[in-house]
Design a protein around this ligand. Structure first.
Ligand code: NAD
Length: 304
């Protein structure tokens, strides 16, 4: 039976560490980091995600605020607000909750946030730096997975890893962290990586997964990864979040992309949903926010 990787407990531990780090930063005379989150429209999932991020800020001690803009907000209006936040010295982190409405171009918005305030790590500069193994801001979900693997002592060096999904915000940076060189500044995980996606035939997906020592799945399809696709003892990281109706109770519940009950019988390690990657994502956002504030502070001192 697989060992469960408890992302909730690990998150709690890291948030305490971040709280301590923040206290020391402020005690040294630095300004409190401040995160501004922006939501455009009324998507209830976005509101829940941002609410959780604000609660995490409170837990760590980061000052924060949420700006909710109407669905009808134009791209120019949003860009204007981002510009204001970019130049506001009191704001050290800016987060535009995705998805934005269809009439707004997501890439334009991600690139408009100043790279040094981009705590999501979605700016082209930050993605580019990650691709080159250079220090920058790493997107919170893949950074959360990397931290889960490291703190659970999962061996990645020279191992086979499969990333299922090829999104630019989750799977691509995940693959970059898994394959890159551990001696470079981002301290990559040195695995051999295969990326599977919607056009990977199911038979091939199963074949690649069966060779994997580590599988990270980020698709959004419940039950995609089944027991027969798992190499005994493999580490299974389930990023997927799906809201489904429980047939027994009739109530809605959250599940991942992995057939958890079956897969845990053969895997060596597994993350649950909820309580695995989700809390780590929020915690890594806090890590990024504190790191961004520290960096801006160092730059300000250099410019005095
Ligand atoms: P996305 O929709 O951008 O990407 C989904 C990917 O799945 C695509 O690249 C697609 O090619 C691939 N795919 C679709 N069908 C497939 C199949 N049959 N086999 C293999 N690949 C297939 O999604 P995303 O933003 O990367 O998110 C993926 C999932 O992770 C969603 O459920 C999302 O809610 C969840 N998520 C969770 C967290 C967290 O903190 N736990 C954070 C971000 C996203």
């Amino acid at each position: 039976m697989a060992q469960i990787i408890d992302g909730k407990a690990m998150s709690k531990e890291i948030r305490l560490e971040l709280h301590q780090e923040l206290k020391e930063f402020v005690a040294a005379g630095n300004r409190l980091p401040h995160l501004t989150a922006v939501i455009v429209g009324e998507d209830p999932a976005s509101q829940t995600y941002v609410h959780n991020k604000m609660l995490a800020c409170k837990e760590v001690g980061i000052s924060s605020e949420t700006k909710i803009l109407p669905e009808s907000t134009t791209q120019d209006e949003l860009l204007q607000l981002i510009n204001q936040l970019n130049t506001d010295e009191n704001v050290t982190g800016v987060l535009i909750q995705l998805p934005v409405p269809d009439h707004i171009d997501e890439r334009t918005i991600c690139n408009a946030v100043a790279a040094e305030k981009d705590v999501d790590g979605f700016h082209e500069i930050n993605i580019g730096r990650l691709a080159l193994d250079m220090e920058g801001t790493i997107p919170a979900t893949p950074l959360g997975v990397k931290t889960l693997l490291e703190r659970s002592n999962i061996e990645t060096f020279g191992r086979n890893a499969v990333v299922v999904g090829r999104s630019k915000n989750v799977s691509l940076p995940m693959a970059m962290l898994l394959h890159s060189d551990g001696r470079h500044s981002i301290k990559g995980l040195d695995s051999t990586v295969t990326i599977c996606h919607r056009y990977t035939p199911p038979k091939e997906l199963a074949k690649f997964c069966r060779q994997a020592d580590i599988i990270v799945v980020a698709v959004g399809k419940p039950g995609l990864i089944t027991k027969d696709m798992i190499k005994p003892g493999a580490c299974i990281i389930d990023v997927g979040i799906n809201r489904i109706k429980d047939e027994k109770t009739g109530k809605f519940k959250l599940v991942g992309d992995v057939d958890y009950e079956e897969v845990r019988q053969v895997a060596g390690h597994i993350t649950p949903v909820p309580g695995g990657v989700g809390p780590m994502t929020v915690t890594m956002l806090m890590h990024n926010t504190l790191k961004a504030a520290k960096k801006q502070n160092a730059t300000r001192l250099l410019n005095v």
